[in-house]
Write a protein that binds this ligand. Structure first.
Ligand code: ACO
Ligand code: OAA
Length: 382
């Protein structure tokens, strides 16, 4: 093989490595379906996040009785072992919540009686255990770092409502619950995105599900993936006022900087989730009177898109998640963790597929180092 004959697909662009029946991204058309159902139908019908999780994990929408049982099971798994809560309260208060999440997910393997059994029933048990506990891990840390006691999870609230309740210590209003629930619904799965692929690579070695999800959280944290909102907040703060957006974007692009929340490996048009999130962010901004973030985002987008259209770069899901979640009162460093609260549904669903039909993931690299060199003893090296 020479570098003339080998085809190198940097970033695995366009490479198909497995089948999935979970979600399909129509990159040219700007459409997304979960098991055939267009994502906007879930939002239009006020579907609960738990319904989407059930759909992804079971291949069908739940009946009322199935949903009730599924929600009761998740709610019963929300609490963390006391030892884990104690450990979280030893972490540095300045820790990044994504690092806390990554660490605690890995730690939970040690508190599970049967963590390495890869049978489908056990994998479902672990998947629901993790999905149920993500909000509790984050809320426990968020309260501790503010010097507050953790709030025990409630079993009578939905996933979205309980998350907000544990973060803030008070029952959230319907607008916040609706907003967070819709956000969780929209981000639950997205083909072979980087964090999902990471999870599948780990599972491909038949390592445990805790390890695969730990890897997925690590991958989501990066600014080119789920970490983009944090970087976008920084850019918004630099812009400061919508009137500065044109100048800021022009200078940033001239300096070869990226505008965060713009561009996508698969979408060559506006991300359908961003369209919905934009509308929601605008409505919430108007309703709450907290318009700062929405106005900044809209001004940056208006300055960026005409300049980036020629490269087919459009608004992605991370962009309007910023004004939406900030207007709902989430702190900046909880944006990416909240993405993880949603996406764990997809990770688990993909892992169920991967373990059920596994083959070790092992691509090749093209070696460009020297073909012949020799060991030199340390005292003879110059
Ligand atoms: C949930 C999610 O993960 S959605 C994505 C979240 N990430 C972001 O929003 C970060 C900003 N966006 C990006 O960095 C990219 O668009 C990615 C990582 C999402 C996709 O990247 P890729 O498909 O690998 O595209 P690649 O990095 O090759 O860029 C292609 C060209 O577009 C440019 N480009 C890509 N994104 C941007 C951007 N946000 N701003 C400015 N220019 C950009 C690149 O500089 C490059 O230009 P060039 O051909 O002149 O060198
Ligand atoms: O699919 C991708 O590459 C990134 C993305 O939008 C997601 O993970 O939701």
């Amino acid at each position: 093989m020479t570098n003339q004959t080998v085809q190198i697909n940097k970033g695995l662009e366009g490479i198909v490595v497995a089948e999935t029946a979970l979600s399909k991204v129509f990159g040219e058309e700007g459409r997304l379906i979960y098991r055939g159902i267009p994502i906007q139908e879930f939002v239009e019908n006020d579907a609960l996040y738990e319904e989407v999780v059930y759909l992804l994990w079971n291949g069908k929408l739940p009946t009322k009785a199935e949903l009730d049982a599924f929600m009761a099971d998740l709610a019963s798994k929300r609490a963390l072992p006391d030892t884990v809560v104690n450990q979280i309260t030893q972490f540095p208060k300045t820790a990044d919540p994504m690092v806390v999440l990554r660490t605690v997910v890995s730690m939970l393997h040690m508190y599970d009686e049967n963590p390495d059994d890869l049978s489908p029933e056990n994998l479902r048990r672990i998947g629901s255990n993790l999905l149920a506990k993500f909000p509790t891990i984050l809320a426990t840390f968020h309260r501790y770092r503010q010097g507050l006691d953790p709030v025990a999870p409630r079993t009578d609230l939905t996933h979205a409502a309980n998350y907000l309740y544990m973060l803030n210590g008070k029952e959230p209003g319907p607008r916040s619950v609706e907003g967070v629930n819709a956000y969780l619904v929209l981000l639950a799965d997205h083909g072979f995105n980087a964090s999902t692929f990471t999870a599948r690579v780990v599972a491909g070695t038949q390592a445990d599900m805790y390890g695969a999800i730990t890897g997925a959280v690590a991958s989501l944290k990066g600014p080119l993936h789920g970490g983009a909102p944090t970087a976008l907040v920084k850019q918004m703060e630099e812009v400061g006022d919508p009137a500065n957006a044109e100048k800021y974007v022009e200078e940033a692009l001239a300096a070869k900087k990226r505008i965060m929340g713009i561009g996508h490996r698969v979408y060559k048009t506006y991300d359908p989730r961003a369209r919905i999130l934009k509308r929601m962010a605008e409505n919430i901004a108007k309703e709450t009177g907290n318009t700062r973030w929405y106005e900044l985002a809209a001004a940056i987008e208006a300055a960026a898109l005409p300049r980036l259209e020629a490269k087919r770069l459009y608004t992605n899901v991370d962009f309007y998640s910023v004004p939406l979640l900030l207007s709902l009162g989430l702190p900046t460093d909880m944006l990416t963790p909240t993405f993880a609260v949603s996406r764990v549904a997809g990770w688990v669903a993909h892992l169920l597929e991967q373990y059920a039909d596994n083959r070790l993931m092992r691509p090749r690299s093209f070696y460009v180092g020297p073909e012949e060199a020799h060991y030199v003893p340390i005292d003879q090296r110059g």
